[in-house]
Design a protein. Structure first.
Length: 223
């Protein structure tokens, strides 16, 4: 029973690292010695946990080469399909709930590494907008918002946001390509990241609320 609890704990810890982006698709896992030291478990416990995650589709074990992260399993695809079928109002409501909460948690729990990562995404977003590269702009914008979700240190919420990011990408792309909607929200994005950096929860939430409105989505509430 004790061993079973240890295995479950290791599985949960590794899944959290996956959900929060500490272990990315295609990335090689640390060695067994490193992981056993980090997690404080035996090799047997670690190998059993790795076996469970391999069977679940999270990890690819390559004989003689090590273990690598795989792309997220297909089990979240039904949610993605459901989001793509949803009405615009429903998508807006989900986005509003997720982004307001991820901003609040990020301002509460972010690390200095999180802030550095957000500023890099922000710089990439600014540069792409400056040169008119819409695809790169959308990629950087989505990466920024996913980074905010990861900074909140809630693995379940980060997973939900990752599932939602496909729809978010489509929304941002539509707005970026529509001159009537493509307002310059760079100042608000900078305000948001700055608020998270200084752990100002109210300012982070307010900047997020203004961003949602500036994205041309507020009118959905009035339909």
């Amino acid at each position: 029973m004790i061993k079973r609890r240890l295995v479950d704990r290791v599985i949960e810890e590794l899944q959290q690292r996956i959900s929060l982006g500490a272990l990315a698709p295609g990335e090689r896992l640390p060695t067994e010695d490193q992981l056993t030291a980090q997690l404080g478990v035996s090799r047997t416990t670690l190998r059993e946990a790795i076996g469970v995650l391999t069977h679940a589709g999270y990890i690819d074990v390559r004989q003689g080469d090590g273990s690598y992260m795989r792309s997220p399993p297909a089990r979240d695809e039904p949610l993605g399909r459901r989001l793509r079928r949803a009405a615009a109002r429903e998508v807006y409501e989900v986005r509003r709930v997720l982004e307001l909460e991820t901003a609040r948690l990020a301002a509460t729990r972010r690390t200095s590494d999180d802030v550095d990562r957000l500023r890099r995404h922000l710089a990439a977003r600014d540069a792409a907008r400056e040169r008119g590269d819409i695809d790169a702009f959308v990629d950087a914008d989505v990466a920024l918002h996913r980074g905010i979700a990861r900074a909140g240190k809630n693995a379940v919420l980060a997973d939900l946001f990752r599932s939602f990011s496909t729809v978010l990408r489509e929304t941002i792309a539509d707005i970026a390509r529509d001159p009537a909607l493509a307002a310059d929200t760079a100042p608000l994005h900078h305000e948001l990241v700055d608020a998270i950096a200084r752990r100002d929860i109210n300012a982070a939430v307010e900047a997020t609320r203004q961003l949602l409105e500036a994205d041309g989505l507020l009118h959905l509430h009035e339909q």
